[in-house]
Design a protein around this ligand. Sequence first.
Ligand code: 6PG
Length: 497
Amino acid sequence: MHNAEIAMIGLGVMGKSLALNLVDHGFQVAGFDLNSDNVARAQQEAATLAAMPGKGRFLAAANLTELLAQLATPRVIALSVPAGAVVDQVTDELLAAGLQPEDIVIDTGNSLWTDTEVRERRYQGKLRFFSTAVSGGEAGARHGPSLMASGDPSAWQYVKPMWHAIAAKVDADGMPVGPFDDGEACAAYLGPAGAGHYVKMVHNGIEYADMQLICEVYHYLSEVLAMPAADIGQVFARWNQGVLNSYLMEISADILQTRDPETDRPFVEVVLDKAGQKGTGLWTAVNSLQEGTPAPTIAQAVFARAMSSQKTQRITAASLFKAQAKSASVPDREAVLDDLHDALYCAKLAVYAQGFDLLKTTSERQGWQLDFAAIAKIWRAGCIIRAIFLQQVTAAYQQNPALENLLFAEHFRTELAERATGWRSAVANAALQGVPMPGIGSALSYFDALRCAVLPANLLQAQRDYFGSHTYSRTDQPEADKFHLTWNATPRVQQAQ
Ligand code: 6PG
């Protein structure tokens, strides 16, 4: 046959959706999965599509040899298999089945970026190893994901037309348009192997933090203002019309207004408050700690999930420590809501600033030359963190690709100047009311620390020198010169009587 343009190995939720998206856009797709139910489902759904004009075809293969025979050359094979050893296993099996050095294997899973780097080296000369991180969940994969590609640049010319066709699209104002409308595709080649998966990892770190920030506002409104879930959902729906417009805001508004079909209670109240995680947020937090580039709100989002999982300990603590007495006076609800709105927005800006700072650090260290405007662009639609304000992030990096920190861009400086007071009130009130706000609070501390030309690390350096002779630099000497004080022999300042 030799006419399929791409093969998909792994036809689970994501693999099947990507395959159908390709068929929908007129590509001939070969598919393979060890699970025959997955193959049957993909075949059935593709058959419905194929009946329409302009659609591609889906060809199921019984094994890898048959799959390779169905492909035009160079063969392009996308893997949608669990991250980790399975990626190596399948790639090795493809080599054994006859893959050639010019053939292209694309890892579309949530792989650890350093694994992707190792794989590219390992398969060099044997095949062209490429990666494309996919964001947008099942619906995104099916109707328009955000695609973060990287790896062998010679492979991109074969992959690009397909990725551009199936990705989410935005119009000239950065607003999402339909999957078949003209628009700018949310798919880009970001750099050498590892870069795409690194960018996706940071995307997920931001995703963790963004979700946590929204959850903290929900918590405060239900605890302090005693608002029913559906009312909070309506507030979120209203906020979603403005600067906070985002996919996560939209789904949170919808979730909060949903009732449990079993009990008719607000759905969110029947969901156990123990968060799961697959690990990409943790990878981002670890990377931030290892690089020494602060992303405290992303780390706090991971800690918040960990804290939520310690349910038994929390139940004990709740009985041991009385809740903070709530203020007797009825708070000005509208003012509280305004403060929380601004707190959520400012904290979100700080989270993105942390994420882009990580991208900058690693881009410099790895020599990737990441294009931050291009990254902001492909996050404007399709992915989980899509948000209206990514248009301003794009503009900020287009204006100044070397922007030191996202918060320094003029647009965001103005926003912070106007909204920081509400942010402070929200955090202060949460502390007074005893409602945790680790994400929004840590974002404020990040902002405040960032604006301190002098931090108390002078005392910290002196402490280190005092107990460990770790030396210090002086403010009146070049930083590279290190000093140690002979503490025992040094006079102390006399107290004025
Ligand atoms: C996406 C999501 C996706 C996945 C998360 C879930 O961009 O489409 O980020 O990759 O839903 O990895 O992560 P947790 O299970 O760790 O919350």
